[in-house]
Design a protein around this ligand. Structure first.
Ligand SMILES: C[S@@+](CC[C@H](N)C(=O)[O-])C[C@H]1O[C@@H](n2cnc3c(N)ncnc32)[C@H](O)[C@@H]1O
Length: 383
């Protein structure tokens, strides 16, 4: 908790006055910055731009939204049909963000951003509501502390700050490293919980190339400065995997470190990861062909796919490969006679098996055809 208090105090100050040591150079799309008031832009403590992977109509949750810059950019990308929720634990940050929200809304012509108070490792607990309840009925002593814990549990259950499966994309810009090490697995679990099936996380953060030694981890200045709490690049990706994400990808990695401390390099990366590989596996006679360039690949469900081989997959995997981030790497083979979903039998997804072309075409398929018409804009002759 010493760490969290140090973080809160430092960002409380940084909300009131820009702190140069916390700034990592980032190029945001200038067309989105025009409508954002200068006090928001000046107090920018991000290290990347996850809003580049947000789409029109999305419901976006920004973890550690600070003065609101990423929320105000995302508001313009998602448009009037989308919505953006900024979440932060520091009152002074929330104050700047909330004060500027109506200004941005007026300039863009719609109001689709709100800011909520909470801790990103505990997205169920509405800290403003807890504060309100505790003011109505102050609790003291050990019994009071236990009662407050009970109240917090009740609020998580009855009035969650962010509900299960309610968000299309969780973004965050330079915040996850600030959460204490013991709470990091819970934090990734919370991101997973609030995303809807098919949703994605796009997280920009500082990572390091070697494990940070303990004496540096104990330094509150370095911790709140986005250094000591950084995960190694490998640990960062593993944390997404362990939370249940699939299709995890480093979409941006700075080659030049932001800072180097005691020989350890700290740099910004942006990682995108998807939720939605869970669910039952059904046989619908579909196949996928991995196009290369690698000789073989292994997906997050353990399917090993050899280049150029027609692999049998379940309907769920087939549908996942249709979409980002996989679609460019696979050819998808539908059976000639599709199996309706309600007649599909369970499929054993724990094995990797080839699919014979006859399974796709049907055992009695015996067609002979003329050459098909070329679609490459040539002279109509394929050979
Ligand atoms: C480095 S700043 C980044 C702010 C913002 N994302 C940006 O791009 O400018 C970190 C922000 O995360 C907030 N923060 C840090 N730890 C938090 C936590 N555990 N829960 C909620 N907010 C947190 C701080 O209050 C601060 O506003």
């Amino acid at each position: 908790m010493v760490t969290e208090n140090a973080v809160r105090e430092r960002y409380s100050g940084a909300a009131k006055q820009a702190e140069a040591a916390l700034c990592c150079p980032v190029e945001y799309d200038p067309k989105y910055l025009k409508v954002i008031p200068s006090e928001v832009i000046e107090r920018d403590y991000g290290c990347g731009d996850p809003s580049r992977w947000v789409h029109e109509g999305d419901t976006v949750l920004d973890l550690g939204s600070g003065t609101g810059k990423i929320c105000f950019i995302a508001a313009q990308v998602v448009g009037a049909k989308g919505r953006v929720i900024g979440l932060d634990m520091t009152d002074d940050m929330l104050e700047v963000a909330r004060r500027n929200a109506p200004v941005v809304a007026e300039r863009i012509g719609f109001a689709n951003v709100e800011f909520r108070k909470g801790r990103i490792q505990d997205l169920g607990l509405d800290l403003a509501l807890l504060d309100h309840r505790l003011r109505e009925r102050p609790l003291v002593g050990a019994e009071g502390w236990l009662a407050a814990e009970g109240l917090a549990d009740e609020l998580r259950r009855e009035h969650p700050l962010v509900a299960d499966n309610s968000v299309d994309v969780v973004v965050s810009n330079c915040v996850l490293n600030l959460v204490d090490s013991a709470s990091k697995p819970k934090l990734f679990g919370e991101i997973f919980r609030v995303l809807r099936l098919g949703g994605r996380a796009v997280i920009s953060d500082i990572v390091c190339d070697e494990v940070v030694p303990e004496h540096l981890q104990r330094d509150p200045e370095l911790w709140s400065g986005c250094i000591s709490g950084a995960l190694t690049e490998t640990e960062f990706l593993q944390a997404f995997e362990q939370a249940g994400f699939y299709g995890i990808e480093v979409v941006k990695r700075d080659t030049t470190p932001w800072r180097t401390v005691a020989g350890i390099e700290f740099r910004s990366v942006t990682v995108r990861a998807f939720k939605g590989k869970e669910g039952q596996c059904f046989e619908r006679n579909q196949a996928v062909i991995y196009k290369g360039p690698f000789k073989e690949v292994l997906d997050d469900d353990g399917h090993r796919l050899k280049r150029g081989v027609r692999h049998a997959v379940c309907d769920k995997t087939f549908q996942l490969y249709r979409k980002e981030p996989y679609r460019a790497y696979f050819d998808l083979v539908e059976p000639h006679s599709p199996i309706p979903p309600d007649q599909a039998k369970p499929f054993n997804c724990h094995r990797s098996a080839p699919r014979h072309p006859r399974e796709s075409k049907g055992q009695s398929y015996n067609a002979t055809t003329d050459a098909s018409v070329c679609r490459d804009g040539g002279n109509g002759s394929c050979c």
